[in-house]
Design a binder for this molecule. Structure first.
Ligand code: FAD
Length: 475
């Protein structure tokens, strides 16, 4: 079908490269209007008292949209940025500018699905066509060896089946020019960070890692991690690290907003394997991307259940809902240094290592017995790589209500600290008030010097009798 004019509604696919929605709109239309719609619902306050999109995530999103605008400009097009409910604003713009179709990428979260269903209804009511495309995963949904309704509930079964029977598609051909609809020119305006829930652009302390949003930085990170620094070669050995930029790929923030396509990463791994080295590490990066796919397909299969406290296992609800304890966990003031250091990293940078995430999540649900959905909501607010499926899927997993064949995946915090932060360097970096304590002792709260014992940190620790008793058992 050839349209005279189409809208490309960008969502979590903020890139030009390997973007099927954009490619198809360009090839099926005489001209196009690229649009991003800032949805005020994403910046509201949650019932738990923090913003649904915290400032660091808001900043990363703002930058990513801004870079999308400049990438489009290089292809002779502009980006129209709307503010309001996309289901109303996008069809309204289509009508005003005489667009015959709206192209967009399909999402799986229930809020996102609701928006697209309503948008389709509003568009069709005005005889505007809609075309949606599956993006975001490495394996296309149509290439799975089974319908999503029959997706295996155990990851290994899923992985083995797709590795054996599915192929990763080639990237989309590069788009050289985007025929931009002149009628939309008056609507192209500079972005304002205030529209992304920000009073000012957050600044980060100089010594911590920082992430810049957008397709260009995502591409640079890929180049640097694979080619310039040659870190892919040792990914499997380093991936459980805690400190710095280079122990793992850090692709997740760009993947989450679609600034980077998983297929681009996959084909770059294949090129690396040919030109440099093929080993367990190169395979493992793809293995992790299959985890990411898995959570997306699980979310598609189970719909709303991934957000419910009972999870997909339909477990009973015996969680505690203690706001004060939860608040201490959020602020990194539990009194358990390994947990606090990780939470402080999250609050300062918007990022936390996978090892850290597993530990703080286990601590919240297993030691404090606090409702896992509270933890997932806090991560949703703070993580710059927040991805609805990976976040809620991993939290369900840790909370024992998801796709883990085992009922409980308890992380012994001190044992974890011993394995992954033996000399305490990670804790020393994030909790400088403990820096004078040498070696592993930094992880052992009851051995703190008197001046620190008097500090707020340990008083808070005392309010966690269960956690402290657990800690004593481990030592
Ligand atoms: P690498 O180790 O370099 O892995 C490469 C890529 O593989 C990642 O970028 C990511 O896309 C994917 N990946 C790796 N591990 C996982 C995993 N366990 N689940 C899904 N995908 C994975 N990841 C998110 O992208 N967004 C989230 O909101 C998110 N929330 C999480 C919440 C909890 C409680 C836990 C335990 C994990 C969560 N993860 C989430 C998964 C994982 O921690 C991050 O993807 C990873 O730490 C990102 O760092 P990286 O890009 O350097 O990963």
């Amino acid at each position: 079908m050839k349209y005279k004019r189409s809208i490309v509604w960008f969502r979590n696919d903020l890139r030009i490269r390997d973007n099927e929605t954009l490619s198809r709109a360009v090839s099926q239309s005489e001209d196009v209007i690229p649009v991003y719609c800032i949805d005020p619902r994403h910046f509201e306050q949650t019932d738990l008292g923090f913003k649904k999109t915290g400032d660091l995530r808001g900043k990363f999103l703002f930058e990513s949209v801004q870079i999308l605008g400049s990438q489009l400009q290089k292809k002779k097009a502009g980006l129209v940025v709307l503010k309001g409910f996309p289901e109303e604003e996008v069809p309204k713009l289509a009508k005003t500018c005489g667009a015959e179709a709206i192209f967009f990428s399909e999402e799986v979260g229930s809020e996102e699905r609701n928006v697209e269903t309503k948008l389709e209804k509003n568009a069709w009511a005005q005889s505007i066509a809609t075309e949606s495309f599956w993006q975001s995963t490495l394996y296309h949904i149509d290439d799975l060896p089974f319908p999503v309704s029959q997706l295996p509930e155990v990851f290994t079964q899923f992985r083995k089946a797709v590795e054996k029977m599915s192929e990763v598609r080639a990237e989309q051909e590069e788009i050289t020019v985007i025929p931009f609809a002149e009628q939309a020119k008056p609507y192209v305006r500079p972005l304002d960070y205030k529209d992304f829930g920000l009073e000012k652009l957050p600044s980060l302390p100089s010594k911590v890692m920082r992430f810049d949003g957008g397709e260009c930085s995502g591409g640079e990170r890929l180049k640097s991690y694979f080619w310039d620094k040659n870190l892919l070669k040792t990914y499997k050995e380093t991936r459980n690290g805690l400190l710095g930029m280079d122990y793992s790929s850090k692709f997740s923030p760009w993947l989450a907003l679609g600034c980077l396509s998983p297929r681009t990463i996959f084909w770059e791994v294949k090129r690396y394997e040919k030109e440099r080295k093929k080993n367990q590490s190169t395979y493992w990066l793809i293995f992790e991307l299959i985890w990411r796919d898995y959570f997306r397909f699980i979310a598609k299969k189970h719909g709303n259940k991934i957000f419910q406290v009972e999870g997909i296992k339909n477990n009973g609800d015996s969680w505690r809902r203690d706001s004060a304890d939860f608040q201490r966990w959020c602020e990194g003031k539990t009194g358990v240094p390994f947990v606090d250091a990780n939470m402080r990293e999250l609050n300062t940078t918007g990022f936390m290592s996978n090892r850290g995430r597993q530990n703080v999540a286990s601590f919240l649900v297993n030691d404090l017995n606090i409702d896992w959905t509270w933890g997932a909501s806090y991560f949703e607010s703070q993580l710059i790589d927040y991805d609805v499926c990976s976040n809620w899927g991993n939290w369900m997993y840790v909370g024992g209500v998801g796709n883990d064949p085992r009922d409980n995946r308890y992380f012994n915090i001190l044992r974890q600290a011993k394995n992954y932060d033996k000399n305490g360097d990670f804790v020393r970096f994030w909790i400088p008030e403990l820096a004078s304590i040498e070696g592993f002792d930094i992880h052992q709260p009851q051995e703190l010097p008197a001046n620190i014992l008097k500090s707020k940190r340990i008083e808070l620790g005392k309010t966690y009798p269960e956690a402290m008793v657990e800690m004593e058992k481990w030592m």
